[in-house]
Design a protein around this ligand. Structure first.
Ligand code: NAI
Ligand code: MG
Length: 372
């Protein structure tokens, strides 16, 4: 029996290309693992009315970790039209399988390391090394949304909130509500994950991203919780800033940032910005980490126009696999993989189109495998 069971979830489009490339690299590393394919993505929505079938959920209950490519998502109204005829008109509602997976398995920590590898022609500046901890299950992504707004909710809001008065004369289909729901426990968990990482990896500073001066209830609680937890880590510099200001400061002086912790939406936005500082989507890796399961994936989507062309950069997925090896406590292999990736970037002989070259996804995999 293998040491590890790993769910293998290519998903849609280039998810297949980058996972195929990653298999080449993991095989060369001789990881003692059994890779078990799981169905997920658009194809299964269209055919079965479920982009995240029960058999894949069951698979995830029985593995040590998962590697995931990307999926295609479409707005609910467009999604309905693409169902096979026998499933149409049954009231099936499309929801992103990744968001469901994150919530179902409480993968509360979306960890996104962003490092400028030497010699990457896409680096904004050299030596950037920022790790973002984005809360992954709550906030504006909680899925509590209303359009149109139900009558009882409208009357409740009219009764209990003075701030609601300007909207109370609108018809129920003249406005929409998306709830930003943050829990104290969820905030604590992501903040602690960030501080623990900082402590265990000799990081100097933690920056909390928020908008507590305006969004007082939820972000106020997030910031206060962070201040409390920070007291347990006196050796780490505590820093906090408004999300709008931070996008500006990140461009002005990225060296000011080390570990960043944010509620879901701000973390999503800021991590795309930081990813661009270190090469963009071809380099942006991530882990969706819970207490018992972790799913690793490149941050990019399924890029349908490049699907099956073996053109896109698989490094984001290699770096996600490196994170997976760390999570599995295969730290030596993780380090070896990162060194091989950084050597290939530095040499600059193999470059995919985003890096200004014409090498294929598989060329990149072979180049990295050769260094292992
Ligand atoms: P995308 O990330 O798929 O691609 C945007 C563009 O970025 C591509 O056209 C390509 O030019 C570039 N790109 C992406 N990955 C790259 C790579 N590895 N190497 C080089 N260049 C790369 O985003 P888009 O086009 O907005 O969305 C396409 C589909 O993916 C949509 O259905 C969207 O909902 C979904 N999506 C899924 C995500 C996921 O699975 N986690 C995340 C983001 C979008
Ligand atoms: Mg995103």
């Amino acid at each position: 029996m293998s040491k590890f069971k790993i769910a293998w979830l290519p998903g849609d489009g280039i998810g297949n290309d980058v996972l195929e490339a990653t298999k080449i690299v993991l095989d060369k590393l001789n990881l003692d693992a059994e890779y078990i394919h799981g169905d997920i993505g658009w194809e299964f929505w269209c055919k079965e009315g479920d982009s995240f079938p029960q058999r894949t959920i069951d698979l995830l209950k029985n593995v040590d970790a998962a590697l995931f490519g990307a999926i295609t998502s479409k707005p609910v109204k467009d999604a309905e039209k693409e169902l096979v005829p026998e499933l149409q008109g049954k009231g099936l509602v499309y929801r992103s399988p990744i968001v469901r997976m994150r919530q179902m398995f409480n993968l509360y920590n979306n960890m996104r390391p962003c490092k400028a590898y030497d010699g990457n022609p896409l680096n904004y500046k050299e030596n950037i090394d920022i790790v973002i901890f984005r809360e992954n299950t709550e906030d504006l992504y909680s899925g509590v949304e209303f359009n149109p707004v139900p009558e009882d909710l409208q009357s409740l809001l009219t009764t209990i909130s003075k701030n609601f008065a300007p909207f109370s004369n609108l018809k129920r289909d003249e406005y929409a509500i998306s709830c930003k729901v943050n829990t104290k426990k969820g905030s604590e968990k992501i903040i602690r994950a960030g501080f623990e990482f900082a402590k265990n990896n000799n990081r100097k500073k933690v920056t909390i991203v928020h908008k507590a001066n305006v969004v007082r209830a939820t972000d106020g609680m997030f910031l206060e919780t962070a201040k409390e937890i920070a007291k347990e880590y006196p050796e780490i510099i505590f820093d906090e800033a408004n999300v709008d200001a931070i996008t500006m400061w990140l461009l002005k002086n990225p060296y000011n940032y080390d570990v960043m912790i944010a509620p879901n939406l701000y973390g999503d936005i800021v991590s795309d910005l930081v990813a661009q500082l270190v090469g963009g989507l071809g380099f942006a890796c991530s882990g969706n980490i819970g207490d018992n399961l972790a799913v690793f994936e490149p941050s990019h989507g399924s890029a349908p126009k490049y699907a099956g062309q073996y053109k896109v950069n698989p490094i984001a997925t290699f770096l996600s696999a490196k994170m997976m090896l760390d999570w599995l406590d295969e730290t030596e292999k993780a380090q070896k993989l990162e060194e091989a990736i950084s050597l290939v970037i530095k040499e600059g002989k193999v470059r995919t189109y985003d890096m200004g070259g014409s090498s294929s996804t598989i060329d990149m995999a072979n180049a990295v495998a050769e260094k292992l």
